[in-house]
Design a protein around this ligand. Structure first.
Ligand SMILES: O=c1[nH]c(=O)c2ncn([C@@H]3O[C@H](COP(=O)(O)OP(=O)(O)OP(=O)(O)O)[C@@H](O)[C@H]3O)c2[nH]1
Ligand SMILES: [Mg+2]
Length: 199
C-alpha cells in the first residue's frame, strides 16, 4: 500500500518506514517538494489534521487520487513546567530551533527549578486523510526527563527521556527498544486498525 507521510521530520519518517515495512512509505516532499504548513491550532489533533489535509489537497490538485495521507503531530509535555513544551515542542527554543537548542532550553528550565529528573510524557496524534474523510488516533509514552542528554539514538528530546520501566534514555536504548512502546508506535497501531476498516 502507498502511504504518503505529511511530515518533514526525518526522524519521524524513518520511524514510519520501520513501523510499516510492508507498505510503500513516501515522504510528501518526494512528490511535492518543500511546503511550509503553519501549525497554528491549539491541539496536537488540530495540527495533525491541518498537516494531513493540506498535503492531501495539494496532491489532489496535482492529479493524485486515492492516496492515503498520514500526518503526525507530537511533542513532549512536562507537568511541572505547566505541560511545556507540548504542542510547541518543535519550536520551543524559537522559530529556527533545532533539536539541540530545544533540548538546551528544556535543560535550562529544569535547572532553573533545580530538578535533575521529573515526570514527562510524549503524545502523538496521527491523522489519516483518505477520500476526503479524516480520522485521528493518539498514543502516549510516559517516563521522566533528565537535565542532561545521554546517548545518540532517536531524535529530538530522546536523549533526555527515560521511559517508565527503564533506567536509560531513549538515546541510549536505541530504536529497537523505543519501537516496542513509543507514542508513535501506539498511535500507528491504532491507525492501522482504522486503515483495515476503511480500505
Ligand atoms: O525525542 C523525541 N522523540 C520523539 O519520538 C518525538 N516525537 C516528537 N518529538 C518532538 O516534538 C516535535 C514535534 O513537532 P511536530 O509534530 O510539529 O513535528 P516537526 O515540526 O518536527 O515535523 P512535521 O511532522 O510537523 O513536519 C519534534 O520536532 C520533536 O522535537 C519527539 N522528540
Ligand atoms: Mg511541525
Amino acid at each position: 500500500m502507498k502511504i504518503i507521510i505529511a511530515s518533514a521530520n526525518k526522524g519521524k519518517i524513518a520511524e514510519f518506514e520501520k513501523l510499516m515495512p510492508n507498505d510503500e512509505v513516501i515522504a510528501f516532499s518526494e512528490i511535492l517538494g518543500q511546503i511550509e504548513i503553519e501549525e497554528d491550532k491549539d491541539t496536537f489533533k488540530g495540527n495533525a489534521i491541518k498537516k494531513a489535509q493540506t498535503i492531501y489537497d495539494e496532491l489532489y490538485k496535482n492529479g493524485y487520487r486515492d492516496m492515503i495521507v498520514i500526518s503526525d503531530d507530537s511533542g513532549i509535555s512536562v507537568p511541572v513546567l505547566n505541560n511545556e513544551p507540548g504542542i510547541y515542542s518543535a519550536r520551543y527554543a524559537g522559530l529556527n530551533a533545532t533539536d539541540k537548542s530545544n533540548n538546551a532550553k528544556l535543560i535550562e528550565n529544569l535547572n532553573r527549578i533545580n530538578l535533575e529528573r521529573t515526570p514527562a510524557f510524549y503524545t502523538a496524534c496521527i491523522a489519516i486523510v483518505y477520500q476526503n474523510n479524516v480520522y485521528t488516533v493518539h498514543g502516549w509514552m510516559h517516563g521522566d526527563v533528565i537535565n542532561k542528554e545521554l546517548g545518540e539514538g532517536g531524535f529530538g528530546y530522546d536523549p533526555m527521556f527515560i521511559p517508565n520501566g527503564f533506567e536509560k534514555t531513549l538515546g541510549e536504548l536505541g530504536y529497537e527498544a523505543k519501537k516496542e512502546f513509543s507514542h508513535r508506535t501506539k498511535a500507528l497501531n491504532l491507525a492501522k486498525k482504522v486503515l483495515d476498516v476503511i480500505l
